[in-house]
Design a protein around this ligand. Sequence first.
Ligand SMILES: Cc1cc2nc3c(=O)[nH]c(=O)nc-3n(C[C@H](O)[C@H](O)[C@H](O)COP(=O)(O)O)c2cc1C
Length: 240
Amino acid sequence: MSTLLPEEIQHLVMMAAHAPSVHNTQPWRFAPTSDGLRVECDRSRQLGVIDPEGRELLLSCGASLHHLQVAARALGLDAEIAVEVRDDTVALVRLARGVPATEAEVESAVAILHRHTHRGRFTDEAVSAEDLNRVLLAVESELGLLRVVHQDELVAVEVVVSRAEQSLQSLDGYAGELARWLWHGLPDEDRGDGLPQDAIDHDPTRAESLEGRQFDGGPSPPAQDPGCGAPDRRAAYLGW
Ligand SMILES: Cc1cc2nc3c(=O)[nH]c(=O)nc-3n(C[C@H](O)[C@H](O)[C@H](O)COP(=O)(O)O)c2cc1C
């Protein structure tokens, strides 16, 4: 750690905070250690109604770990991750200088700054077998599981998704929890959290019939400042 520059740590934490998280709660914290960073979950950001066991909170922290590791490689750093879920700790990340980054590693890190959740319209253009295969390989390389749904299975998936949505909506406190995270995050912190306005799909011409989570029905969105893009994400770093 001593050989790492404060700017490098700052950059890694910023990149980790670009990860996707449930309701954009960004339920992570980063603390310096003698040889890297400790990633903690922030239970004050857990969705107690729809995520009482903290599974989605942990998945979100896992996504930030992934981004941290990818960003480290682009700086020529090796991030060795020891997952250690205990109390609020999620993982310990040891950082050490490694071989210089390859072009592909830099490209992956740059993609972090451009990625975002797509909630708008999909076209009915088929995804090519080649692209599908690239996605499958990428998922496998992260030991993930991707199940491609074929046309004849769509109705079954629609039924499962819509039942899941109905059962979530019937939970006590569901609407209040959603409203708390719509358009903004926790009031005392300004870190670009909370669900953005594009979470609600106003497009009546959606090509696909599959419904996602329903974000409508909450408070009205604030007027948007034209020309102002997504807010910067500021991470909770306990070292500065
Ligand atoms: C564990 C997890 C669950 C999520 N669930 C949903 C969901 O049900 N519906 C949805 O539209 N987005 C979902 N998202 C995407 C988040 O809302 C999104 O990551 C967050 O708003 C930040 O936006 P970004 O991904 O564009 O950076 C989920 C993300 C994670 C990590």
